[in-house]
Design a protein around this ligand. Structure first.
Ligand code: PMP
Length: 382
């Protein structure tokens, strides 16, 4: 009888404990959102176990790939649209159009936001854009303008083509639609969303204890906005490191103050991208968004394509993190930076997008890497 009472008591305690645990878990759930646009931001953060263990630092990934459109660019697209609405350039309820020249995630994010908010997306891109990105844009019903690949100084280059298509619409008398050119490289709304969103979120998620922040640079919006915010909170206690792929000019710009501007010099170069398999980061010109945060960048790390390819496989196998190419660059940089930091230091990287956006190119190479690759082999300079 005594044992019966004791075990009944134990069962009751256990079920009360479970009920509390479940209710605590459920209390973290947020109520339903009104729109897909409301799902943007407040992204989770995860500790990267394998490289944290190996380096003795705590390395965290800010999971921007959790945004509904699959990347940090959702924040930018929403910021650009809201800023244009404020200025009366986009009118809710009207068939207005957002124009952008992009072969990357920004087009997908603009299409996502436009569909969610009732606008149209018009995306100009080079005709060699990867099949999976083109399919995504087509699936979302974006208007697509394919142009031949050309250098930035060519009027038919895709960013210039987008700007012109927008001007054509705005000068037309035939339609009530109006257009806005998103202009992610130069638009202040870009770095601002990271200054007001991504940066404060990172700070709060780690209770203000951050020693280093690492990001790559495409437009420069992410690194500028986040660094500016974190620098205001942490000052000299924070080290900001730019992770740069091979062939990009940002490494030299940060290290030596010079950037070899191949785009301007060669003119005929395809896009303003560099010769790397990595997509979304690396450039040979100083953009407005980069210059907004340049003062807060302390150092730069160069990462080769092979290091990034091997790191992607390593993190997939060891952590269950299936990441895209620019995230892999950041992760390699984190391991290099950790070597010079005190044990236990906290490093945050941006996990920009998922590997599923990179299956036909970057991940095709990563598939060939052995599943038992070690971190030393990942970092091999060869
Ligand atoms: N990673 C990916 C996959 C991207 O598409 C971009 C943006 N082009 C970046 C990183 C870099 O972000 P930012 O433009 O803010 O420098």
């Amino acid at each position: 009888n005594k044992w019966l009472t004791i075990s009944a008591g134990l069962v009751a305690t256990a079920s009360l404990y479970n009920a509390i645990k479940t209710s605590n878990k459920l209390s973290m759930l947020s109520p339903p959102k009104e729109s897909v646009a409301d799902l943007i931001g407040n992204t989770p953060m995860v500790k990267m176990e394998s490289i944290s263990k190996a380096t003795g630092c705590e390395v965290y990934a800010k999971m921007e790939l959790s945004n509904p459109g699959g990347s940090a660019k959702d924040r930018v697209a929403l910021g650009i649209v809201r800023a244009a609405e404020k200025r009366g350039l986009l009118r809710p309820g009207r068939p207005d159009v957002v124009f952008e020249g992009t072969s990357g995630s920004t087009g997908i994010s603009i299409a996502t936001i436009c569909n969610a908010l009732g606008y149209k997306a018009h995306i100009s891109l080079p005709d060699d854009t990867s099949a999976e990105k083109l399919s995504l844009l087509q699936g979302m019903g974006a208007q697509i303008n394919k142009v031949r690949p050309a250098g930035i100084v060519d009027p038919d280059q895709y960013v210039n083509a987008a700007k012109r298509a927008c001007e054509d619409l705005n000068s037309s008398q035939q339609t009530e639609s109006r257009g806005v050119f998103a202009d992610q490289f130069e638009n202040d709304a870009n770095w601002r969303v990271h200054y007001e969103g991504t940066g404060p979120e990172i700070y709060k998620q780690l209770n203000g204890h951050i020693d280093a922040f690492i990001a790559g640079c495409g437009t420069g919006g992410t690194i500028s906005g986040v660094s500016k915010y974190l620098h205001e909170q942490l000052g000299a206690n924070l080290t900001v490191v730019l992770a740069d792929p091979q062939g990009s000019g940002f490494y030299n710009r940060v290290k030596y103050g010079v950037m070899y501007d191949r785009v301007e010099q060669e003119g005929t170069r395809r896009r303003h991208q560099v010769d790397t398999i990595v997509e979304g980061i690396g450039l040979n010109r100083v953009t407005h968004n980069f210059s907004q945060g340049e003062a807060y960048i302390n150092d730069a790390v160069r990462v080769t394509d092979m290091q990034a390819i091997r790191m992607a496989k390593y993190l997939s196998v060891n952590d269950g993190l299936f990441i895209g190419s620019s995230t892999a660059i950041n992760a390699v940089a984190a391991v290099k930076v950790a070597k010079d930091m005190d044990p236990g230091s906290r490093i945050v990287i941006i996990a920009c997008d998922s590997g599923s956006r990179h299956l036909s190119k970057f991940w095709k190479e990563a598939l060939a890497v052995s599943s038992s690759i070690t971190l030393e082999q990942v970092l091999d300079e060869a």
